[in-house]
Every structure is written in C-alpha cells, then in structure tokens.
Design a protein around this ligand. Structure first.
Ligand SMILES: Cc1cc2nc3c(=O)[nH]c(=O)nc-3n(C[C@H](O)[C@H](O)[C@H](O)COP(=O)(O)OP(=O)(O)OC[C@H]3O[C@@H](n4cnc5c(N)ncnc54)[C@H](O)[C@@H]3O)c2cc1C
Length: 381
C-alpha cells in the first residue's frame, strides 16, 4: 500500500523486523510469558541486528534512522505476540537511554547508551512512585549533595525493566520546596549498593515483562551521575513525553492490526449453523468497524509522528494519538475476543493474551484521563 510517510527503505526495514520477530521471538512467547521473563540474550541478538539503536547515529553504533523507521519498528513489535516484550524494548531504546542521550555527558553516553544499543545493558526509566504517578511533580525520592557526590533515598514502583535492568534513569527531588522545578535526573547502576528490587510485581497482562518496585536506601552516587542540569529533570521528562506517547500509540496500532488479522482468519475458519461465522453480518460489520477505527488511529499516529519529525511540539497530536490508539486497541481486543466465543477465553487461542495485553496501554505513559486533560487544556485555556 503506498504511503505518504513510509519510503521503500522504511518498508524494507519493516519487513526485516517482522521476519526477525516471527522467527526468533514469537515462537518463544508461551514460554517467556509463563516464565515471566525476557531472556537477556534477545537484547544481545537485537543489538547485533542493529534493532536497539534505531534513532541513534552510527558514530555510537546506532542505525541513524528517522522517526518513521522507529514507527515502523514499533508497529511491528506486537508481531512478538507479547505486550510485555513491546514495553521492555521500547523503554530500553526510546525512554531510558533517550534522556542520557539528550542531556547526558559524553562519558555517560559511552558508559550507558553504547552498551544499550549493543544489547549488553538494559535500561529502565524510574519516575513513578507509590504516591506520585500521574502527578510526577509530587515525587519524593530525594537526592542530596554529600561529600562531592549525591545520596539517594526513596522508592519507585511499576518500573518496566526494573528487576532485570542494568541501570535506571532515575527522577529524584533535588530541591525540596520547588515542586516541578526541583527535580533532577540521574543515571544509577542497578548494582549500586543500597539499590534493592523490593518486589517483582504480578500484573494483569504483559506477563513476560518485568515490572518492579524498587527501593533506594543511602545510595551513594558520584557527582557525574547527574544527567544534564540540576533541577531541570521535569522539563527533560516533559520534552520526552511526546516520543513516549508516540511509542505507545504505534505499538497499540500494531497490536490492533495483528489482533484483527488473527480474528479475521478465525472468523473465516470457524463454522456455526453450517457456515463460517464470517458470513454473519454481525461479525462482518464488527470487523469492518474495527478495521476503520484502527486505520483512523494509525493515520492520527503517523500525522503526529510527521509533526514531531518536522520539529513541531505536537503535544496535542501525540496526546490524541496515544489516547485514541490505545483506547481503540483495547476495544479491538475486547470485540475480537467476542468473535472467538468461548475459545476467546482459552489460553491456547491468541485472543486472551491480546485482551489482557491491550489493557495496560491506556494507563502507562500517561493515562487516558491525563491525555484528555492535555487536549482539553489546549482547547479551553
Ligand atoms: C505495567 C506498567 C508499567 C509501567 N512502567 C513504568 C515505567 O517504566 N516507569 C515509570 O516511571 N512508570 C511506569 N508505570 C507507571 C505509570 O506511568 C503510572 O501507573 C501512570 O502514570 C498512572 O499513575 P498511577 O498509577 O499512580 O495512577 P494515579 O495517578 O493515581 O491515577 C489514578 C486515576 O486517577 C486519574 N487521574 C489522576 N490525575 C487526574 C487528573 N488530573 N485528571 C483526571 N484524572 C486523573 C487517572 O487517570 C487514573 O484513572 C507503569 C505502570 C504499569 C501499570
């Protein structure tokens, strides 16, 4: 299908990503899901194939791609058949490493970004706390200057790659009374003394993905663990939110496409009352409505990506894309499951996993309610 956004080069890249996922990742989905783990070797393999540094320049081992290479990659990730895998990989290359790349020193990039691109390091972005989720500015983890370095105390929760990651891009309070203007970002090795995985969290969906609660007690960091400028962390987080939301939207679109493909094949095959269920108008029209919604979500996401690529802030469009694509993917997963009848609830069919894996997307990277607030603010204030 011709596209205003993707060139033949993007499509060749997309095809290679799809081949890799279908051959080397999807066949392991059941095992990784039941073991609740993504093996470290797959990060290394993806590093070898150049799939973990799409937006980074070749000088540091990246692929030097543009945002549409990233979007093609993100749309394909759900071919892994694991929402947890999509989350782990996108956090690694588009979130945790992004802040180090955007604002870190040459030494921080050498130490953390280069091995992440190679798949030897796995990064996590540690912002959310038990009492500070949507309200990022309320975070309480403290980083205090001491003996020429920093000492960190606090707790983080719901952190993707938190238990098995090798480093955290950590948001901590460096000025107690300055709200959003008192937050800084740090890079923290996961094996630093005082860092503890308090709990691996069991959750609805994303089963192979590692989501952890972390504790930081008297964690001593050198002065150069600070990323960029002191107290500028909230701004860095805000600036990166558009890419985060775009990642969520593109993954949601990709997962809805795969879910619809599977369901269409099932509807052609499954017989009831002596004919394929695809011949019942209620099923056909449902599939047509869902395909239309997915196409709309996709075009909105691509438009937001285009704006971002061309230097527009695209806050409104990235928020709309995140809201609409993740809500659409949730609806697609729900209505597709209905098309499977009782088999939709059985683990040996794909619908059950699509259903539970679609659920976190309207909560992570900013809830749907927060997306609506951002959009409404731009209309009303
Ligand atoms: C599987 C998973 C992976 C995650 N990965 C990461 C990660 O890697 N790193 C990280 O830092 N965080 C991560 N998170 C955290 C995620 O970003 C937060 O859960 C999310 O931002 C919501 O915060 P909360 O859970 O504290 O909900 P709350 O902020 O407590 O919100 C509760 C409810 O109130 C609504 N609400 C809150 N404020 C408003 C408002 N102003 N207007 C209207 N409604 C509002 C919300 O929409 C929601 O419905 C992850 C979460 C999950 C579940």
């Amino acid at each position: 299908m011709p596209s205003a956004y993707f060139t033949p080069d993007h499509e060749t890249f997309r095809a290679s990503v799809r081949r890799f996922l279908e051959r080397e990742v999807a066949p392991h989905a059941e095992r990784w899901e039941s073991e609740r783990r993504i093996p470290r070797e797959i990060f290394r393999r993806m590093g070898e194939l150049g799939l973990l540094g799409i937006l980074f320049p070749p000088e540091v081992g990246g692929a030097g791609g543009d945002l549409f290479h990233a979007v093609a990659f993100l749309e394909e990730l759900p071919r892994s058949r694991m929402g947890g895998f999509c989350a782990a990989i996108s956090v690694q290359q588009f979130m945790a490493t992004r802040h180090v790349w955007n604002h870190g020193s040459a030494e921080q990039k050498r130490r953390w970004v280069v091995p992440s691109i190679e798949g030897r390091a796995v990064g996590a972005l540690a912002v959310t706390e038990p009492d500070a989720g949507s309200d990022v500015a309320a975070l309480r983890t403290r980083a205090e200057r001491r003996d020429g370095g920093w000492v960190v105390h606090g707790a983080k929760t719901f952190i993707t790659n938190g238990a098995d990651g090798t480093f955290f891009t950590l948001a901590a309070r460096t000025a107690p009374d300055r709200g959003a203007r008192g937050i800084s970002l740090f890079v923290v090795p996961a094996d630093a003394p005082g860092v503890r995985v308090a709990r691996r969290l069991e959750k609805l969906g994303w089963h192979c993905g590692d989501t952890a609660e972390l504790s930081f007690e008297d964690v001593r960091l050198p002065a150069d663990a600070l990323i960029g400028e002191e107290n500028a962390g909230f701004g860095y987080l805000m600036e990166a939110f558009q890419l985060e939301r775009l990642c969520s939207a593109a993954i949601a679109v990709g997962s809805a496409i795969v879910c619809l493909e599977e369901t269409t094949a099932y509807a052609r095959d499954r017989q009831a009352f002596g004919r394929p269920i695809a011949e019942f108008q209620t099923i056909r029209h449902r599939l047509a409505d869902l395909a239309t919604a997915v196409e709309a979500a996709r075009q909105l996401t691509l438009h937001a990506a285009w704006l971002l690529q061309h230097g527009h802030p695209a806050v409104r469009e990235c928020s709309m894309a995140k809201l609409f694509a993740t809500e659409t993917a949730k609806r697609v997963a729900d209505e597709c499951l209905q098309c499977y009848g009782g088999y939709g609830l059985m683990e040996e069919y794909p619908a059950a996993r699509f259903f539970r894996d679609a659920r976190p997307n309207t909560i992570v990277a900013g809830t749907s309610e927060i997306m609506r607030e951002i959009i409404a603010r731009r209309m009303l204030e």
